[in-house]
Design a protein around this ligand. Structure first.
Ligand code: GLC
Ligand code: CA
Length: 531
């Protein structure tokens, strides 16, 4: 590991989805001043970096992932001056700011696209992909063909996501230059890193029918981030399709591309054919198998991994993977322990730190997410209404986009009447209650994070899976030459553990115990080996 990689392993990141975090002026939409109000709350958790989902100008067809101006702030969120205050307040508290960077597409309302669609000889025409006939049968991630007919010039353009999210043509050197300029604009304003949206899609391979991981991907990423001006940044690529070989190329320390990446092998467990609306049975062993596989791979290749179970595109982890009713506290803390003490950079998604569970609704008006609403309208498998809603509740991205529940007052303490209904369990699960509770998920996260940050075994230390052929439990070691920790995470059933070691308990979610014996459902514990 290089010095830079070791620096990155000391990060603990908190993701803010600004629209749903905190509304400071009562218009029902979260905003930058709301984030400023809550910076101490975030900081007290022990995190040292914030990833902010897009806050740029946008018509919000895909909640800000459709950008119409890369250099300015969305009106509802505030102004550039608010943003400058926000980053200054973060830096004052020792927290880095990681901005979201959407390079694969713009909004159809972006000036480039407005010009581009006007005529075939418009100077911006080649900023996007225009063709006489669809080149292939690529489907939009949000449903329907990825090729949209446009009357003005009687041609089609490519949109891998919403119709209002045309794909940028990265083969055009002008597009490359524009995007480099956008990075530099924010770097000059002091940002510390970027989370790069669907980054592996910026290079496509039409001949081989690949809409990601095209032949020029590494070249494009180096243009963006392989420069002296960007050397200090922490850069994470969202790379759904990255396989072993590409992961090495994308994140190798000597490659000057990415610091780390998100891949989703452990996240898509439970999604039949990778489809979030297609629930299939699984066990937590299926999940830990993936974690083990990638921990080993990343370590063997000296790469920095990301550690996460949630983000703004995924259901709440207690609901999807564990128990969100009588064992909610145990589930939330066990899932966090299972993930965040491994080797890599932990990412916490807003609300995860109080064990927020999925909402449930069988009313289409409660949904906002374009992917979910399209799924409902298209009903591709012709399901009856009940089954349709069951699948929607299982995988909808709205599950993590309900307003943050700060307390049990009106609108869950979020602000004005929110743009999406409040979370239906907010009276039972909210920040105020959790902080007061005997079993506080937030307080457990605090201990977990400080344990991680204060012991090098969890930063630079080696990872070793010692689960053996046991089922229903995940046991791993983190160690340096001087210290060794054992992390035990039990799944939904009681499990007996018998390991001959002499160690002391340092953290647990079920009270005092010793390493051997019976673990109750969702119990977890961390031990330090005695010298
Ligand atoms: C990423 C984002 C998701 C967005 C999509 C298109 O997957 O995380 O929210 O809809 O890209 O930008
Ligand atoms: Ca507001």
């Amino acid at each position: 590991m290089t010095e830079r990689q070791l620096e990155h392993l000391k990060l603990v990141v908190y993701q803010v989805y600004p629209r749903s975090f905190k509304d400071s002026n009562g218009d029902g939409i979260g905003d930058l001043n709301g984030i400023i109000e809550k910076l101490d709350y975030i900081k007290d958790l022990g995190v040292n970096a914030i990833w902010l989902s897009p806050c740029y100008k946008s018509p919000n067809e895909d909640n800000g992932y459709d950008i119409s101006d890369y250099r300015d702030i969305m009106d509802e969120f505030g102004t550039l001056d608010d943003w400058k205050r926000m980053i200054a307040e973060m830096h004052k508290r020792g927290m880095k700011l990681i901005m979201d960077f959407v390079a694969n597409h713009t909004s159809a309302e972006h000036m480039w696209f407005q010009e581009s669609r006007k005529s075939k000889d418009n100077p911006y025409r080649d900023y996007y992909y225009w063709v006489d006939e669809p080149l292939n049968d690529w489907q939009s991630v949000f449903g329907g063909s990825a090729w949209q007919y446009d009357e003005t010039t009687n041609q089609y353009y490519l949109h891998s996501y919403a119709v209002g999210q045309p794909d940028l043509n990265w083969e055009n050197p002008k597009v490359q230059k524009e995007m480099v300029d956008v990075i530099d604009y924010w770097v000059n304003l002091g940002v510390d890193g970027f989370r790069c949206d669907v980054l592996d899609q910026i290079s496509k391979d039409f001949e081989n029918d690949l809409n990601a991981n095209g032949p020029r991907l590494h070249e494009f990423i180096k243009m963006l981030f392989g420069r002296p001006e960007t050397e200090h940044l922490f850069v994470i690529g969202e790379c759904w399709g990255a396989k072993e070989n590409n992961i090495k190329l994308l994140t190798g320390a000597d490659r000057r591309e990415l610091s780390t990446l998100f891949q989703f092998d452990h996240i898509v467990v439970g999604y039949g054919d990778g489809n979030r609306f297609n629930p299939v049975p699984f066990t937590l062993d299926d999940v830990s198998d993936k974690l083990i596989k990638w921990q080993d791979f990343m370590q063997d290749n000296d790469l920095v991994a990301t550690l996460f179970f949630e983000n703004h595109d995924q259901p709440r982890c207690v609901s999807k993977f564990a128990n969100d009713t009588d064992k909610r506290y145990e589930s939330a803390t066990m899932m966090a322990t299972m993930s965040f003490l491994q080797k890599g950079v932990p990412f916490i998604y807003q609300g995860q730190e109080i064990g927020t569970a999925n909402p449930y609704s069988e009313n289409i008006d409660d949904y906002d997410d374009i992917e979910t609403v399209n799924y409902y309208k298209m009903n591709p498998k012709n399901l009856d209404e009940e089954q349709l809603f069951q699948n929607m509740n299982y995988g909808t991205r709205d599950a993590s986009r309900r307003p943050m529940a700060w307390d049990n007052t009106e609108n869950s303490g979020f602000g004005g009447k929110p743009w999406i209904p409040v979370y239906n369990r907010y009276k039972e699960i909210n920040v105020e209650l959790d902080l007061k509770a005997k079993k506080s998920v937030y307080r457990y996260f605090q201990k977990l994070i400080s344990l991680r940050l204060e012991n090098d075994a969890f930063i630079s230390g080696k990872y070793e899976n010692i689960t053996g052929d046991r089922k229903g439990i995940y046991v791993y070691k983190r160690y340096t030459e001087t210290d060794c920790y054992i992390v035990v995470c039990n799944f939904e059933n009681e499990t007996e553990l018998d390991i001959s070691t002499n160690c002391s308990l340092v953290l647990s979610n079920c009270g005092n115990r010793v390493i051997n014996g019976t673990y109750v459902p969702y119990e977890c514990a961390v031990y330090k080996l005695n010298a």
